[in-house]
Design a protein around this ligand. Structure first.
Ligand code: WT7
Length: 636
C-alpha cells in the first residue's frame, strides 16, 4: 500500500479534516493497520476497554479456524466475557457518559411535517418498556423475535429491547412480501412478530399488518404496541450474555434461492461496528450523521442502530424516500439538521443526478464534511457528481465495501488518511487481510485480478448460517481452504488499491440489494404455464443491474402482455417489489450444454444484445441462440 504517484487523478484528504481526525494521515493508518495484524490481541483489547464487561474474557480477543481441511470453521471473540449490547450502547452513555439529554435520533417522517427528536435517555426508557412487554409475552433469552417495521423509532427500540433481554432479533425489510416474511419467520422459528398497521412510502400506503396476516386483527393473539407499552415499567435489568451469544439473524439472498440466516454475535459485532463507524466517518461529538439505508438491511443494523449508538452519535432516522414530496428532499433534510456525515448508495445518487443541479442549489449543504457510498461499485460519473456537486469538492467520499456477512466495512478509505481513486474501495480496515486468488486458489502478488478473499477473521464477521453450519462452511470456506470467500471478483492495482469487479456467483445486485437468480427463477416457475425459466442481469442506468428473464412456456399458453403481467405479479408476491423483472423474454428453448446445463453467459449476451458470442463449442443446439436474438425486441 503506497500513496500513488501515478497519472490518475488522486483525491487527497482535506487538511482541515486531518487536524482532529482519529486517523489523521496515511502513515498513521499504515502503523495502526500493521499493529492490528501483528498484535490483534493488544489492538482489539484497547477497543474492548471502551465498553462495560460484567465479566472479563477468559479467552483471547480472537480465536478461529478458517481451514475446512483442519476441522470445523469457527470464530470466537473474547470467549468467557459477559456483557450486554443494549447496556453498552444506551445505559453506558446515559449513566456513565452524561449523554442522557443528547439527541440519539432526529426522526424525519415520510411527510416533512412529521418529525421528532429523541434523546439517549428516551431511547433507553422506551427500550426498557418494550423489553418488559416482550418478557410479558413470554420471550426469553435465546428466543427469536421477528420485526417487520418501517423506519420508525419503534424499530430501534424493539431491536435494542431484544438485545437487552438476550432475544435474537430477525428484522425483515418492510418491502418484502408476505411469503418472504413467512419464510423468514419459519426459518428462525420466531415466537413473536412485531409489526405496524401500515406506513406511507411517498404516496403509497403499505399495509404491513394486512401483509403479515390475511385476517385483520385477532384479539386472542394480537396486542397493540401503545397499550402494552403504557402499562409497562421503565426498569429492566439487562440480561448478561456470553460474548459469543447470538445478537441477531439477518437474512440475505443465497445462490441456491433459499435465503441464508446470517448470525452475528454480541461482543465481536459491538467492537467492530463501533470502531468502523468511529474511523470511517471520523466520528466527532457534534456530528449529525445520516445514513439513508433502511434498517431492514445490514447497512441499517450496523450504521443506523448499533455503530452510531455505540459511539454516542446523533443520527437522522428517515422514514421516507428521496423524491417525496419533491426531488430535493435529501438536500432539504441535510440543511434542516445541518448534517455533517452523509452515507447513501450509488443507486440513490444516480437517481438524483437525473434532476440536475437545481434541486441541490436550493439548499445549504455547507455543513457536510464526509460522504459515504455503499452497496455496489460506484461508477465514475456518479462519484464525480457526488464529490463535486453534493460535497462541493470539499468532502472525501468513503466507498465502503462490505457484506451482510462481514458485519461492517472491510475495504474502505479512511477520510483523513486515504488518498482516493474514484471507484476503488481502496484498502482494508484494521484487522482485515484481503487477498486475490486465481482459479487454482493461488495467491497472486502485486497487480492481480481474481477472487476476493480474506485470510483471517475480524471481530464482526458472521459466525454461522442459522441452524445450518454446514451451509455456512460450504458457501464461504469450501472453495479455497484457509480463506473466507466473498463471492466477489476483485482487482489489486499497482499501488495496492482494491477494486470490486462484480459478483462471480449467480447473484445480482439491484439497487444495492443482492438477489439470487435462482430465487427469481423459482418464483417464475411457480406459474402453472411456465416450464422453465432462466434469469440474468443486465446493466441499468439507475439500479446498477436489473433482471432480464427468459421463460419457456408450456404449449398451451401464448406469450403475450397478459402473461408478462402475470409473471411480474408472481415475482412481486413471492419476493417483493425490489425483485420485479424489468424484462421478460419468450424463450422457445434455452441454450444448454450437452450435459443439460443452462449457459447463462449466452443469455447475458442476448440480454445485452452482444452478438460476439465467442466459443460456442459446448452448446448443444446453436439454433436456439439465433431464435433468442431474433425475438429479443419482443421482450417486455
Ligand atoms: C454485496 C453485499 C454491505 C451493505 C450493503 C449490501 C456489493 C457492497 C460495495 C462497494 C462494490 C459492493 C458486493 C457485496 N457491494 N458494497 N462499496 N463496492 N460492491 O449488503 O446485500 O450483503 O451485499 O454488495 O457485491 O458482496 P449485501
Amino acid at each position: 500500500m503506497v500513496v500513488p504517484e501515478s497519472q490518475e487523478k488522486i483525491y487527497h484528504p482535506p487538511p482541515d479534516l486531518q487536524r482532529d481526525a482519529h486517523v489523521p494521515d496515511f502513515s498513521s493508518y499504515l502503523e495502526m493497520y500493521k499493529k492490528s495484524l501483528e498484535n490483534p490481541e493488544a489492538f482489539w483489547k484497547e477497543v474492548a476497554d471502551e465498553f462495560f464487561w460484567k465479566k472479563p474474557a477468559t479467552g483471547p480477543m480472537l480465536q478461529y479456524n478458517f481451514d475446512v481441511t483442519k476441522g470445523n470453521i469457527f470464530v470466537k471473540c473474547m470467549e468467557g466475557a459477559k456483557t450486554n449490547m443494549c447496556y453498552n450502547v444506551l445505559d453506558r452513555h446515559v449513566k456513565e457518559g452524561n449523554l442522557g439529554e443528547k439527541v440519539a435520533y432526529y426522526w424525519e417522517g415520510n411527510s416533512p411535517e412529521h418529525h421528532k427528536t429523541i434523546t439517549y435517555g428516551q431511547v433507553l426508557s422506551h427500550t426498557c418498556r418494550c423489553a418488559n412487554v416482550l418478557k410479558q409475552l413470554g420471550v426469553k433469552k435465546g428466543d427469536r423475535v421477528s420485526i417487520y417495521l418501517p423506519m420508525i423509532p419503534e424499530l430501534v427500540y424493539t431491536m435494542l429491547a431484544c438485545a437487552r433481554i438476550g432475544a435474537v432479533h430477525s428484522v425483515v425489510f418492510a418491502g418484502f412480501s408476505s411469503e418472504s416474511l413467512c419464510e423468514r419467520i419459519m426459518d428462525a422459528q420466531s415466537s413473536v412478530l412485531v409489526t405496524a398497521d401500515g406506513v406511507y412510502r411517498g404516496d403509497k400506503l403499505i399495509n404491513l399488518k394486512q401483509i403479515s396476516d390475511e385476517t385483520s386483527w385477532d384479539s386472542d393473539r394480537d396486542v397493540w404496541w401503545d397499550e402494552a407499552m403504557s402499562d409497562s415499567s421503565e426498569e429492566c435489568e439487562p440480561e448478561w450474555l456470553d460474548a459469543e451469544d447470538p445478537l441477531f439473524i439477518l437474512y440475505t439472498s443465497g445462490s441456491t434461492g433459499k435465503p441464508k440466516g446470517v448470525v452475528h454475535t454480541v461482543a465481536g459485532y459491538l467492537l467492530y461496528t463501533f470502531l468502523t463507524f468511529k474511523c470511517v466517518f471520523d466520528h466527532q461529538p457534534h456530528d449529525v450523521y445520516w445514513c439513508t439505508a433502511d434498517i431492514g438491511w445490514i447497512t441499517g443494523h450496523s450504521y443506523i442502530t448499533y455503530g452510531p449508538l455505540a459511539n454516542g452519535a446523533s443520527s437522522v432516522l428517515f422514514e421516507g424516500i428521496p423524491v417525496h414530496p419533491h426531488v430535493g428532499r435529501f438536500w432539504e433534510i441535510i440543511e434542516k439538521y445541518r448534517v455533517t456525515k452523509f452515507y447513501t448508495a450509488p443507486t440513490a445518487i444516480r437517481l438524483l443526478m437525473k434532476y440536475g443541479q437545481e434541486p441541490l442549489q436550493k439548499y445549504d449543504l455547507s455543513s457536510l464534511r464526509i460522504l459515504g457510498s455503499v452497496g455496489e461499485p460506484i461508477n465514475p460519473e456518479a462519484w464525480q457528481w457526488y464529490y463535486e456537486e453534493v460535497g462541493q469538492g470539499r468532502c472525501p467520499v468513503v466507498d465502503t465495501f462490505w457484506q451482510t456477512e462481514t458485519g461492517g466495512h472491510v475495504l474502505t478509505p479512511l477520510p483523513a488518511a486515504t488518498p482516493l481513486k474514484p471507484g476503488s474501495a481502496t484498502f482494508p480496515f484494521f484487522g482485515v487481510e484481503p487477498t486475490i486468488l486465481n482459479e487454482h486458489g493461488e495467491e497472486v502478488e502485486g497487480e492481480a485480478e481474481g477472487y476476493l478473499v480474506f485470510r483471517k477473521p475480524w471481530p464482526g464477521i458472521m459466525r454461522t448460517v442459522y441452524e445450518n453450519h454446514e451451509r455456512f462452511e460450504n458457501i464461504y470456506f469450501k472453495k479455497f481452504p484457509g480463506f473466507y470467500v466473498t463471492g466477489d471478483g476483485g482487482r489489486r492495482d499497482k499501488d495496492g488499491y482494491f477494486w470490486i469487479t462484480g459478483r462471480i456467483d449467480d447473484m445480482l445486485n439491484v439497487s444495492g440489494h443482492l438477489l439470487s437468480t435462482a430465487e427469481v427463477e423459482a418464483a417464475l416457475t411457480l406459474h402453472p404455464d411456465v416450464s422453465e425459466a432462466a434469469v440474468v442481469s443486465r446493466p441499468h442506468k439507475v439500479k446498477g443491474e436489473c433482471l432480464y428473464c427468459f421463460v419457456t412456456l408450456k404449449d398451451r399458453r401464448e406469450f403475450d402482455k397478459k402473461m408478462v403481467e402475470e409473471l411480474k405479479k408472481m415475482v412481486r408476491e413471492k419476493i417483493g417489489p425490489i425483485a420485479t423483472p424489468d424484462f421478460i423474454q419468450n424463450a422457445p428453448a434455452l441454450p444448454k450444454t450437452r450435459s443439460g446445463k443452462i449457459m447463462r453467459r449466452i443469455l447475458r449476451q442476448v440480454a445485452r444484445n452482444e452478438r460476439d458470442l465467442g466459443d460456442l463449442s459446448t452448446l448443444s443446439d446453436p439454433k436456439v441462440v439465433e431464435v433468442l436474438f431474433s425475438q429479443r425486441s419482443e421482450a417486455a
